[in-house]
Design a protein around this ligand. Structure first.
Ligand SMILES: NC(=O)c1ccc[n+]([C@@H]2O[C@H](COP(=O)([O-])OP(=O)(O)OC[C@H]3O[C@@H](n4cnc5c(N)ncnc54)[C@H](OP(=O)(O)O)[C@@H]3O)[C@@H](O)[C@H]2O)c1
Length: 287
């Protein structure tokens, strides 16, 4: 292996594109594939090797990142490439695909390619933090063999938290996102109530600012609400997917607020807000 691992990025959407761009900036040799090829073309001048198939992208790669929309797509894509993976390569699954698909993926890869090191590595942070290499990687799997993956994670994020056996991180990711989703819904409702009383988003933020409730995330979402610009950092439709994944995995744990949010956000998606940022739930409440 050369000093830096060769990396393949499967999925050049909002997050995967940012990962590939940061890896290129830091001198990695990056191979990329996206179903819609055009999304990777702007990285050609930065040195990306853009391939027509996922199997071509993983050829010779020491670390393969999967950053695809959902579990079904991820499992199908990794099944398609499994024979082409380099002997002993690392596969880092970084999308939010939930517990059942993660566990199934671990079993499928183990069966097809027992030589492969699988790291379950979803991330916390949206598009802008990804572009600025400021995401947090939640990693689980055999860390003692994960030096190449750690080099890659260091290039695309601000830190890595190791959480135990593969599968643990996908569980923690659902915990984090259920909190984020609750925060977004609560912020949207509080903002509506503030407006009802004649307060602006600025009035609300000025009261929160400096205190323990002033989450930077809330500030960013209030700014979106204020501007009316819901260009997606995180698509509402993917946030709804994550809320459903959390409910699916919750077992006997009661999550009544999350259940209600799934109902409301499904209505917001049906009303056409799915491709907007999740802060667009505010707009849906305002309709
Ligand atoms: N954005 C965030 O804030 C954020 C944060 C943490 C985790 N995540 C998770 O990371 C994953 C990617 O998110 P993203 O924001 O990058 O989403 P995105 O911009 O919508 O990108 C989705 C990617 O999946 C591909 N894809 C979708 N359906 C496919 C199919 N049937 N076959 C092949 N490829 C397919 C897309 O290809 P095309 O370009 O051809 O459509 C694209 O590469 C998701 O699991 C998301 O929940 C997102």
């Amino acid at each position: 292996m050369s000093q830096q691992p060769v990396v393949a990025v499967l999925g050049l959407g909002a997050m995967g594109h940012a990962f590939a761009a940061n890896l290129l900036k830091k001198g990695f040799w990056v191979r990329g594939w996206n179903r819609t090829r055009a999304k990777g073309e702007d990285l050609l001048s930065a040195g990306l090797t853009l391939t027509d198939s996922a199997a071509q992208a993983v050829e010779g790669a020491d670390v393969v990142i999967a950053m695809l929309a959902d579990g079904a797509t991820t499992r199908q894509t990794l099944a398609d490439v499994s024979r082409a993976l380099k002997q002993g390569a690392t596969v880092a699954q970084m999308g939010t695909i939930g517990v059942d698909d993660t566990d199934a993926l671990i079993a499928e890869l183990q069966q097809a390619r027992p030589d492969i090191l699988f790291i379950d590595a979803p991330v916390s942070g949206t598009k802008a933090p990804a572009e600025n290499a400021q995401i947090l990687v939640m990693a689980s799997g055999d860390r003692s063999r994960a030096q190449a993956a750690e080099q890659v994670f260091a290039a695309i994020g601000k830190g890595t938290q190791w959480l135990g056996e593969a599968g643990a991180s996908s569980r923690m990711k659902l915990v984090v996102n259920s909190w984020l989703i609750g925060l977004m819904q609560s912020l949207a409702e509080s903002t509506r109530l503030a407006e009802q009383f004649g307060f602006s988003t600025d009035d609300l933020w000025r009261v929160l600012e400096g205190g323990p409730l002033a989450a930077p995330y809330a500030k960013a979402k209030l700014a979106m609400i204020e501007s009316g610009d819901f260009t997606p950092q995180m698509h509402l439709v993917w946030a709804l997917k994550d809320a459903k994944l959390a409910l699916d995995a919750a077992g006997d744990t009661r999550l009544p607020a999350l259940e209600n949010i799934v109902d409301v956000w499904q209505q917001a998606v049906d009303a056409g807000h799915g491709e907007q940022d999740l802060a667009a739930v505010y707009q849906y409440l305002k309709r």
